[in-house]
Ligand binder design. Sequence first.
Ligand code: C5P
Length: 220
Amino acid sequence: LASGPLRGRHVIVTSGPTHEPIDPVRYIANRSSGAQGTALAGALAALGARVSFVTGPASVPPPPGVDVIAVETACEMLAAVQGALPADAAVFAAAVADWRMAEARAQKLKKAGNGALPVLQFAENPDILATVAQMDHGRPPLVIGFAAETENVIAHATAKRARKGCDWIVANDVSPATGIMGGSDNTVTLISDTGPEPWPSLSKTEVARRLAARIAEALA
Ligand code: C5P
């Protein structure tokens, strides 16, 4: 694992969902399996990179040959990414929860008995990709985000690339009919400063291999 085109390079990969606690026994989550981020981290390690794999509670095991930094929440994920810097590249494949509880309850939320419903107050989570992409000092030279969309995929992803300030966006259509969320295949479009480049439908492993090869090319 110490040879290959990414030898001597450090790449941070975020992956999986985040869990945002409501109280000690409940949390808010999403359907990300972590499969694409895991495949990508494995492919980067296979090219010789030192990989800091910052993962939420994923349903697939981490790949061999990476430094696993396990987190639960978006705030923990941001801190872990900041702690792993500096890096030559950072790829943000995690499905980060947009909101957390403004104040998670210290004790289990109980039913009122009179039918009164609890009111949950939310706070916005930090945008980890945008935070790193817009760093004034120590920004990784290559910052890559994902854009999971269900309509107008290219337009939304192109706007997202500009808004977040990242170099590349890997856009994909995650409409339920595509079976991409939780599935083994992915159909992506790589959007860079030269515009959108549609890729054929591939396994997530092959998407990861090709993306890792492109990262190696860009850092060469
Ligand atoms: O805005 P949206 O969630 O669609 O953006 C997706 C991209 O931004 C992904 O690369 C994801 O990992 C990243 N992201 C992040 N922190 C957030 C929200 C999204 O790093 N709080």
